[in-house]
Design a protein around this ligand. Structure first.
Ligand code: FES
Length: 579
């Protein structure tokens, strides 16, 4: 009993790595700045309102458990940021990654004196600094400092928003919430800065009065000049210490590079004749990046997607054991028991190793050669072909979301290639299915022949894909195809802002129904008699049946095709491929 209760927890803990800790602490800090900025925004109402709200803000964030969580998060998040500066093996950051790192490292430099001057001054000297005292210091005493306040507000906000974006962008609900988050990301810092501006002006106006000064700048509130000098001394020491830490991380990188060079290099063989030599300690993905070798990494090396997976060729005994996080991800994709499968972004070989990449780096669909519509807004004989991937729901249950999307994309790419090779146009993608059109620039007979040949080629491409994926998918990918032709309306449909070119009409719906029926009739394809007759092809061994299509009075004569590859026998006598 105890074991079953502990297992899920132990399993969940295995999934926690440095990135997860950085995210959790970052979320705590982000919650703090949202609360702090909302407090600033109240300055748009009045200085008194923002000062009153500060009481509740401080009551929550300075309660002991929250205070420990907050300052613990600050230290851990900061430490992990400096660690990232040391640990990162190459400096090829994207613009957004570089912005996040530079902004993240610069925040402490901006706020150290503010935090020490306000927060540390309270326990150290008993100062009571609230909004009026801070505004006086930054808007009256040293007015140039107000710009630093605006700058650090923006920098910390942008840093946090980038982190939130990286975290949420792969979530299924991201598209739905993104517009709201964007609105919040723009509105909150704007009204927060306006609140600061209004509060600062209010203090500028009020500070001319001796009564106001007596109330707000007393010794109890802001301390003495000596105490202020002590706080500035502490701020400078902490600031130098912080810069020292950054310098230390950079020096440590240099030392590590020298040590690694002494320790020697390891040879990484990519299984396609490409071999590189890299220092011990570099991950396989970092080696690929360093030598410009394309390598799939959808999550950017964060051990979240598994698309960087490699299969080791030969002896695996020299490999370091997977970290908890790597083991967790491999287990999720069903590769936990296979020592030959590793994540390239996590594996840091200590000896020569040969491998091949499981997923190709280039996942873009091959649609560049898609045919442009030639008769938009016209009626025309078109052959519609619906292709659907079987079992994708089950696949999604067994694989990580990234992997499922990756495999569906590979499947749709294989289908699109076959369609384009045969002169058709991949027209619409619906989930894991595709509508392809034939006859946009060909006569009806050619269009029918192209569609039949495309069905056969789809079978060949999907077979090749299955062979390539091997054991990395729980079961081979399967599909169903429905083909029917007839006069349809082709043209752009949609709203003013968003139109898509497509075909509308009964033949398109019939093709979709035929594709559906392939499941019940246990075959890979169903071709209507109309298509075979228009193509002037004999059905040969194909099984002829009559099916009832919803909405049609007459039954439709169709031919079921157990294995779509067999259709190539029909088209062997003529070449249908597009030029
Ligand atoms: S790049 Fe995503 S897990 Fe390695």
């Amino acid at each position: 009993m105890a074991e079953t209760a502990a297992s899920p927890l132990a399993h969940a803990l295995r999934g926690i790595g440095i990135r997860q800790v950085r995210l959790a602490t970052g979320l705590v800090l982000f919650a703090y700045i949202v609360s702090h900025f909302a407090n600033h925004a109240l300055g748009n109402i009045s200085l008194g309102t923002m000062d009153d709200a500060l009481y509740y803000h401080a009551w929550f964030w300075q309660s002991w458990p929250v205070l420990v969580l907050l300052y613990g998060s600050v230290l851990i998040h900061l430490g992990l940021g400096i660690w990232a500066l040391y640990a990162r093996r190459q400096f090829r950051w994207t613009g957004i990654e570089l912005t996040q790192l530079v902004f993240g490292l610069s925040i402490p430099a901006f706020i150290i004196s503010h935090v020490i001057g306000v927060r540390l001054a309270a326990p150290l000297f008993g100062h009571e600094k609230d909004y009026p005292q801070v505004f006086f210091a930054y808007w009256v005493f040293r007015p140039q400092m107000q710009w630093m306040m605006y700058a650090v507000l923006l920098i910390s906000w942008i840093h946090g928003c980038i982190g939130i974006y990286f975290w949420m962008r792969a979530k299924p609900y991201f598209r739905a919430v993104a517009p709201w988050l964007l609105a919040l990301a723009v509105i909150l810092p704007t009204i927060s800065m306006l609140g600061l501006y209004q509060g600062g002006r209010a203090v500028q106006r009020a500070s001319g009065s001796p009564e106001w000064r007596a109330d707000n700048l007393s010794r109890e509130k802001v301390g003495t000049a000596t105490e202020q000098a002590s706080l500035e001394l502490i701020s400078s020491a902490v600031l130098y210490g912080y810069f020292g830490l950054i310098g230390f991380a950079l020096v440590a990188r240099g030392v590590r590079a020298m040590v690694e060079r002494r320790r020697g290099l390891v040879r990484l063989s990519y299984g396609n004749g490409k071999t590189v030599r890299v220092p011990i300690g570099l991950s396989v993905l970092e080696a690929s990046t360093r030598f410009n070798i394309p390598h799939s990494s959808v999550c950017g090396g964060r051990a979240r997607c598994s698309t960087c997976r490699i299969r080791i060729i030969g002896d695996c005994s020299q490999l370091p054991t997977p970290s908890n996080r790597e083991a967790f991800v491999l287990e999720r994709v069903g590769a936990g028991n296979d020592p030959a499968i590793r994540l390239a972004c996590q594996l840091r070989p200590r000896a020569d190793v040969a491998f091949f990449q499981i997923f190709p780096a280039n996942t873009a669909a091959s649609s560049a050669t898609a045919i442009k519509p030639a008769h938009a807004g016209r009626e025309r004989y078109i052959v519609s072909m619906f292709v659907d991937m079987r079992g994708s729901t089950k696949l999604a249950e067994q694989l990580l979301p990234f992997d499922t999307v990756f495999i569906i994309n590979r499947f749709l790419t294989a289908v699109s290639q076959a369609v384009v090779e045969c002169g058709g146009q991949p027209n619409q993608f619906v989930g894991d299915g595709q509508l392809a059109l034939f006859g946009l620039s060909a006569d009806p007979q050619t269009a029918c022949r192209q569609a039949i040949e495309a069905a056969a080629r789809i079978a060949v491409h999907v077979d090749a894909l299955n062979e390539f994926l091997g054991d990395d998918v729980p079961q081979p990918l399967r599909f169903g195809i429905g083909i029917h032709g007839g006069d349809v309306i082709i043209g752009d449909i949609g709203s003013e802002e968003h139109t898509v070119f497509t075909a509308l009409g009964d033949p398109v719906n019939v093709a979709a129904r035929l594709q559906d029926m392939t499941k019940a009739l246990s075959c890979e394809a169903i071709v209507s008699e109309n298509v075979l007759k228009t193509a002037n092809l004999e059905p040969g061994d194909l099984h002829r049946i009559e099916v009832q299509i919803r909405g049609r009075v007459e039954p439709l004569v169709v031919y079921t095709v157990e294995k779509a590859a067999a259709l190539s026998d029909m088209t062997a006598d003529f070449a249908v491929a597009a030029a």
